[in-house]
Design a protein around this ligand. Structure first.
Ligand code: FES
Ligand code: FES
Length: 164
């Protein structure tokens, strides 16, 4: 059995301490140890983006991140977006634009878009396609996803620095 180590990080605004094998995937720690199943286990090889979370504000595929690497980091998952019953503007726009069907790609899109917009990313079709290119969807097609992100950015007054 692998040796375990103690890893401390901030998860969706809360200080967390876990004991895990250092090379265990962040994705598994989030889903199995922390009970947050929003990040999905798709390909497991860094190709589909379904497992995307934010590490210090940057979108990363958590299936490729050994948990030891996030010691001291700030992790945000899709569970951080809604505030109680109030959906995040991105989630609301995905609902209104039918931006998801089976849902397995949704958290990857949402967290990737969240990072992009928070960093002041451009919301033109071309820029968004590039920004979201690491997330694969087999159901919806990408136009609705793009429209949803653009709607969220506009509706939340993205450029005015409102919540996104
Ligand atoms: S499950 Fe991580 S990229 Fe596919
Ligand atoms: S909605 Fe099914 S993979 Fe995107």
């Amino acid at each position: 059995m692998s040796e375990r180590t103690t890893i401390r990080f901030t998860l969706n605004g809360h200080a967390v301490e876990v004991s895990a094998p250092p090379m265990q995937r962040l994705l598994d720690v989030l889903r199995e140890t922390c009970g947050l199943t929003g990040a999905k286990n798709g390909c497991g090889e860094g190709d589909c983006g379904a497992c995307t979370v934010l590490v210090d504000g940057i979108a990363v595929v958590s299936c490729l991140v050994p948990v030891i690497q996030i010691d001291g980091a700030e992790i945000r998952t899709v569970e951080s977006l809604a505030q109680g019953d109030c959906l995040h503007p991105l989630q609301q726009a995905f609902l209104e634009r039918d931006g998801t069907q089976c849902g397995s790609c949704a958290s990857g899109f949402l967290m990737t878009a969240c990072s992009h917009l928070e960093h002041g990313g451009d919301t033109s079709d071309a820029e968004l396609r590039a920004a979201l290119s690491g997330v694969l969807c087999r159901c919806t097609g990408y136009n609705r996803v793009l429209e949803a992100v653009q709607q969220a950015a506009e509706g939340a007054g993205h450029h005015a620095g409102d919540r996104l």
